[in-house]
Ligand binder design. Structure first.
Ligand SMILES: Cc1cc2nc3c(=O)[nH]c(=O)nc-3n(C[C@H](O)[C@H](O)[C@H](O)COP(=O)(O)O)c2cc1C
Length: 361
């Protein structure tokens, strides 16, 4: 089964299933000399882990990170970094009663069609649990990027039809939904509570912003940074839409309204009047903040009764038991950030080879 690796220069390969013994990641291409500890990585793991509040799945996983290789005396050595996370709270029997039934909205039917065999316990490899490995790798990318003053943060900008109007960055990690607008917390938590009581779920939108991004990251034509970001974000389970800058709303606008006027340029740093382009022109960063957004569908696993079929095609009724996120958004924020950090670092490393003046021996 190919398709488990991401990135060219900072290349990650993730492995493991939702109810297997462990999950992990191998990073090849991490520069030597990066100061890193399990503690640094654990901060990001804790932001993603399940059971953080009543608005996330109640599966209790400590998601303790174990660095197995590639780090010596607190610094990366330039050799492959291998990290492992054990599954400690999988309850596989919750899946026994519908192991042969295709859950609507899930990967069951398509995995069966492709492989003829699937791990029905928690969705196996298609489970969001896999992203624990990406977040571990992303934590190292984040550390390297921060040394170049590139910082990325994300937040939930919409749940159902309730939209945040203000972005107060300091509030994001202080509330269980990771929203940036205090005035929307009660209405959003009420909405999640009410859909959960009905055995249902709700979708939403996440925005990710990166500051300090230099101009010049990304390449023509198939390796445009927007194409890489789209691939990175669309690889997260449950993502149904992706946009950059003004995104889909740009379709309603005139050119004179959305062209970002260039005000000045010092070295490779330009400043702009607006940021409708979301920091990217021609697939290459322009020095403005990077702004992307993605829409997440309502969680497919719902306890409301649904119609489905089994693998023989017989009609079946189904109630998905087990522990699930009633809204995917709060936990998807650190995952989105990790994917953006992985793309930015990959492009930064690629840039070392883009100009002969950058190569030093
Ligand atoms: C943070 C996060 C948590 C998720 N938790 C669940 C869950 O508890 N139950 C569920 O049915 N799907 C969950 N998903 C979504 C599934 O992984 C996804 O819908 C499934 O793999 C099918 O893939 P697709 O929706 O991209 O087609 C989660 C996704 C994310 C990003």
């Amino acid at each position: 089964m190919a398709g488990n690796s991401f990135g060219e220069f900072f290349k990650i390969t993730t492995w493991g299933e939702s109810h297997g013994k462990s999950l992990g990641v191998v990073i090849d291409g991490c520069p030597a000399g990066v100061k890193i500890s399990e503690k640094d990585i654990q901060i990001e793991m804790d932001r993603r882990k399940p059971g953080q509040s009543k608005y996330t799945t109640q599966r209790k996983e400590p998601d303790k990170i174990n660095i197995l290789s590639g780090v010596f005396e607190g610094k990366t050595t330039g050799t492959p970094i291998s990290m492992l996370i054990n599954n400690t709270d999988a309850i596989s029997k919750s899946y026994n009663s519908f192991k042969d039934i295709y859950r609507p909205g899930h990967a069951d039917l398509s995995y069966d069609a492709k492989y003829g065999i699937r791990d029905y316990r928690g969705g196996g490899r298609s489970s969001n649990r896999e992203t624990v490995a990406r977040v571990a790798a992303g934590a190292i990318a984040k550390k390297i990027l921060e040394s170049f003053k590139i910082k990325t943060f994300g937040f939930v900008s919409q749940i159902g039809d309730i939209k945040c109007d203000n972005v107060v960055q300091s509030y994001i990690e202080k509330n269980p939904l990771r929203i940036p607008d205090r005035s929307k917390l009660n209405s959003m938590t009420d909405l999640i509570d009410s859909v959960r009581k009905q055995g249902d779920s709700i979708g939403g939108i996440i925005e990710i912003r990166s500051t300090g991004v230099p101009a010049g990251l990304g390449s023509p034509v198939f390796d445009k940074i927007d194409a890489k970001l789209a691939a990175a974000i669309m690889s997260i389970g449950g993502v149904r839409g992706f946009e950059i800058g003004s995104g889909f709303s740009i379709a309603e606008k005139k050119g004179s309204e959305v062209n970002d006027i260039i005000l000045s340029k010092k070295g490779s740093r330009a400043s702009f009047k607006t940021n409708n382009a979301g920091g990217i022109l021609g697939g290459i960063t322009n020095g403005n903040d990077l702004i992307i957004r993605f829409a997440l569908k309502p969680t497919s696993s719902i306890s409301k009764q649904q119609d489905s079929i089994n693998s023989k095609g017989s009609k079946k009724k189904l109630k998905v038991t087990g522990r699930h996120d009633p809204c995917l958004c709060p936990r998807a924020v650190p995952i989105g950030e990790a994917m953006v950090n992985l793309v930015l670092l990959d492009c930064l490393l690629e840039n070392q080879l883009s100009n002969i003046k950058k190569i030093s021996i």
